[in-house]
Write a protein that binds this ligand. Structure first.
Ligand SMILES: Nc1ncnc2c1ncn2[C@@H]1O[C@H](COP(=O)(O)OP(=O)(O)OP(=O)(O)O)[C@@H](O)[C@H]1O
Length: 259
């Protein structure tokens, strides 16, 4: 009687201490342990309890998906894996439909050059890729099309890069909404807003265990445009300032920068 062929190696998600989840090929598994092949090619024995769901579409594991909505398998593991591979390739932005996920690379990447700005201002969005400039440009285009105010909501945990993303939005808007002739004087709005920042930060930012320059207040910023869609001003409203920090900063943290 000929031996039956060995079962094909099955792809599954495996818990990992460093990366969260890794796609592995399971070659053997019993109730307590499993032999798996890691993406690096290394073979390892892991507890069976670390083997999670099967991977339905292993052929997609090499794809860096720009938009999570386009993924065939959407779960915590596939999303984390896609984002991990994207940031390894220095693609820090990923779309989820109209929402943009930004991962903090903690290093300067050439993502904000004049050429990139030019692309986002001039090219059709369908030919472009996820980027914070795309969000700012989308808001600008919608403002013109709908003749209505637009909002960009930037949220995330401390140190995630909200302040940086805000600056990039203002940078794009100041480039696209430049006036001509006399109105040109009103440009440089980004510089003016940025010049106000040290004062706001002195009284509202503090060194924390996560971020040396952590904003301890919320900022509601309004950029004002005239009928010709040229920026004519900006106002900032501060809210939720952590005044308690003056007398009771958390352990290992400082109160405000101002002395
Ligand atoms: N896109 C980016 N490219 C390079 N560095 C970045 C980027 N985003 C953030 N960083 C770095 O991470 C640090 C923290 O970012 P940022 O201050 O924007 O965080 P935050 O979300 O505003 O934090 P908090 O809520 O504590 O104020 C910054 O000092 C900056 O150097």
């Amino acid at each position: 009687m000929p031996m039956p062929p060995p079962p094909p190696r099955a792809w599954a998600w495996c818990r990992d201490d460093v990366d969260g989840y890794l796609p592995v090929k399971v070659s053997k598994q019993n109730t307590t342990s499993a032999t798996v092949q890691l993406p690096s090619g290394e073979t390892k024995i892991v507890p069976s309890s670390d083997i999670l769901d099967p991977i339905q579409h292993p052929e997609n594991l090499e794809i860096l998906q720009d938009d999570l909505v386009q993924m065939d398998d959407v779960n915590n593991m596939s999303v984390v894996d896609n984002l991990r591979r994207r940031i390894a390739a220095e693609k820090i932005y990923t779309s989820v439909g109209d929402i943009l996920i930004a991962l903090n690379p903690y290093k300067q990447l050439p993502l904000y050059t004049p050429t990139v700005i030019d692309d986002f201002i001039k090219r059709d969005p369908v030919d472009l890729y996820p980027h914070v400039f795309g969000v700012a440009m989308g808001a600008f285009r919608n403002m013109i099309a709908e003749r209505a105010n637009q909002s960009i909501l930037i949220s995330g945990e401390s140190g995630a890069g909200k302040t940086e993303a805000t600056k990039q939005c203002l940078h794009l808007l100041s480039e696209v909404a430049r006036g001509e002739g006399g109105e040109m004087e009103m440009t440089g709005i980004e510089e003016k807003i940025l010049m106000a920042n040290p004062v706001l930060e002195a009284f509202g930012n503090a060194k924390t265990v996560r971020n040396d320059n952590s904003s301890r207040f919320g900022k509601y910023m309004q950029v004002h445009f005239n009928q010709k869609c040229v920026i004519v001003g900006c106002s900032t409203t501060n809210y939720l300032l952590e005044k308690s920090r003056v007398v009771s900063p958390a352990s290992g943290e400082r109160n405000f920068h101002v002395m």
